[in-house]
Design a protein. Structure first.
Length: 245
């Protein structure tokens, strides 16, 4: 249930483009107003991919490695808090990992994959801790299990295993989905604007030092211009030609 709330449900919510739907739900004045809010400083800060990753990690650690489970077992309102926290933190993380919303941060595909791999860390660490613990960390919560259920420690080991393998497996599946999306949308950048400009600048510098000429429009990469790509390939051919002694 925890994995479904924090990993599966948020995928469908985020892929529904809720912020885009919210922006386009009204007239032109409404769209302009919502668009400005989504691009504002506070929203941009909250929507930063590292903020989403941090919130996700805090929620996973806090709800599994503190007495939160026992508090939830004795306070029904805490169960609602738990469910909202799982769905919200999952959406927060995936907003920077798989979403395509009208926000300032448009995470490059390379960093999306890195973000999903980093999101495996909280699930892995929590799963290992639950597997290695020798005492029941949630006595009140575990006491509410039905009589036919396995003993508390065996139940905890099973939960830790699911947390580790299931959490990492779901994140890996999302990373594969990001790669598939990149392959089907070749116009999107894999490295991102900054890395792409650095790569293009480096290639242009190598070509010009080798005596070639490259002319690119602003914002273009060497992959966009056949003449520039040919000049770079010519430089590589010259480098691969043995020198006469």
């Amino acid at each position: 249930e925890h994995l479904s709330l924090i990993s599966v449900v948020p995928v469908f919510l985020v892929l529904g483009h809720p912020l885009t739907v919210l922006r386009d739900a009204g007239d032109e004045q409404w769209r302009d107003k919502v668009g400005r809010v989504l691009l504002s400083g506070p929203v941009s800060l909250l929507a930063h991919p590292l903020v989403g990753l941090t919130v996700y990690g805090v929620v996973v650690f806090y709800t599994h490695l503190t007495p939160f489970m026992d508090q939830m077992a004795t306070n029904p309102s805490m169960m609602t808090v738990e469910q909202v926290a799982y769905v919200g933190s999952g959406c927060w993380l995936l907003l920077g990992a798989i979403a395509d919303e009208p926000l300032r941060w448009r995470t490059p595909y390379l960093l999306r994959i890195v973000l999903l791999v980093m999101a495996m860390v909280p699930d892995t660490l929590v799963g290992i801790v639950l597997l290695q613990t020798e005492r029941d960390p949630f006595p009140t919560y575990m006491a509410m299990r039905p009589t036919w259920a396995p003993n508390a420690m065996h139940d905890l080991d099973a939960g830790g295993s699911l947390m580790w393998a299931g959490g990492d497996g779901l994140m890996m599946a999302l990373a594969v989905g990001v790669v598939v999306t990149l392959l089907t949308r070749k116009q999107d950048s894999f490295l991102g604007t900054w890395l792409e400009s650095a790569r293009t600048g480096t290639m242009v510098g190598h070509v010009e030092r080798a005596g070639g000429q490259v002319s690119l429009e602003d914002g273009a990469t060497i992959d966009d211009d056949d003449a520039a790509l040919e000049a770079y390939n010519e430089m590589l051919r010259k480098l691969g030609t043995p020198r006469q002694t």
